[in-house]
Design a protein around this ligand. Structure first.
Ligand code: F6P
Length: 342
């Protein structure tokens, strides 16, 4: 991940355009962990993985709003740039909603999507997701190479919280046999059918199977459970190994796409703050790539775009790619027929 963009909170002040950063995300904003930065202090950050500024996940409680308002006033801030995932978006919305009680919150706030999960409304691709996907593909390619001489099934678990973006894209990029998504869940019927497909495939000469499982595809049918099930049912025909990719997906130097996207988004966010800071009733927004362009979405529209229960956007463009993943996993399948396009 790119530290320059994974930073949890950055604040801009238009008097001479000074920039204050709060380290450790909203925890830092509450604890007033503020540092003034300039061009030279962030020099060289963009290509480095990790997070120089630190991050945190918080659920703001009553007294936090008062503390944050006091800190914003102390630093005389004119705008707030929040870089991160859903907990940052939620906190921004909560502050925006309280702007009539806390005048310090009546400043433009802009959320820049940065999470490997790619689970944010108003953005088709969040910063970090491409880097994580690259790590997944590299790891799965290596896992596949390890098995050239054996008849083996791998159950590979990837991150993504409640969103299956990394799993589906990882499956498409690596030619996985099967992908398990939180959007679809997993049933016993699915697993039975997957076992049958694997057995049929291996009996017809298949030598390798990759089953990519999103970490929250199903609470009960875990990666360990699925591996044990396939092992038991496939004995004499194939071996099974599990691989939980874990935090290698959060690390890694940012991909060129992520670096460029982060820079472009940050520039637009600063422009947004400069423009809105002039207004008596500034509005707050999130930014993101939508249909090939960077667009702002009013924060007030965000709640209806997000499923608070499922913890992911109501619309996810990439789900449309599921039929391709399905077809790629079936040798000899007729692509056009399966899509109803005969
Ligand atoms: O939200 C990003 C994410 O990497 C998820 O994909 C994953 O479930 C979670 O964070 C892991 O959190 P932690 O690093 O706290 O274990």
């Amino acid at each position: 991940m790119n530290t320059a963009v994974r930073a949890a909170v950055r604040l801009g002040e238009d008097r001479g355009h000074s920039m204050i950063v709060f380290t450790n995300g909203f925890k830092g904003l509450i604890n007033n962990e503020a540092e003034e930065v300039n061009w030279m202090s962030v020099n060289g950050w963009a290509p480095v993985g990790g997070s120089f500024l630190g991050t945190s996940r918080v659920n703001l409680k009553g007294s936090d709003f008062y503390t944050i308002a006091r800190n914003l006033e102390e630093h005389r801030l004119d705008g707030l740039l929040i870089i991160g995932g859903w907990s940052g978006y939620k906190a921004a919305m909560e502050m925006h909603d309280r702007r009539h009680n806390f005048p310090a919150f009546n400043i433009p706030m802009i959320c820049l999507p940065a999470t490997i999960d790619n689970d944010l409304p108003g953005a088709e691709l969040s910063v970090g997701a491409d880097t994580a996907l690259n790590s997944i593909v590299e790891a799965v390619d290596k896992i596949k190479q390890s098995a050239v001489a054996s008849r083996r099934v791998f159950v590979v678990e990837v991150m993504g919280s409640n969103c299956g973006y990394l799993a589906l894209m990882g499956a498409l990029a690596t030619g996985a046999e099967r992908v398990y998504l939180p959007e679809e869940g997993v049933s016993l019927k699915d697993l039975r059918s997957d076992v049958k497909k694997l057995l049929d495939g291996f009996k017809r000469g298949k030598r390798l199977g990759v089953m990519l499982r999103s970490e929250r595809a199903n609470e009960t049918y875990t990666t360990a459970f699925m591996s044990a099930l396939f092992e038991e049912e496939g004995k004499d025909v194939f071996d099974v190994r599990q691989a939980i990719l874990g935090h290698i997906q959060q690390g890694g130097n940012p991909s060129p796409f992520d670096r460029i996207q982060a820079t472009r988004l940050a520039k637009k966010c600063i422009g947004f703050i400069e423009e809105q800071a002039e207004s008596e009733e500034p509005y707050s927004a999130c930014i993101g790539l939508l249909s090939g362009r960077y667009r702002f979405t009013n924060l007030e529209d965000v709640p209806r775009m997000f499923d608070e229960q499922a913890l992911r956007p109501k619309k996810q463009w990439w789900l449309e790619l599921r039929p391709i993943a399905h077809i790629l996993s079936q040798p000899g399948a007729n692509f056009n027929k399966q899509n109803g396009d005969e």
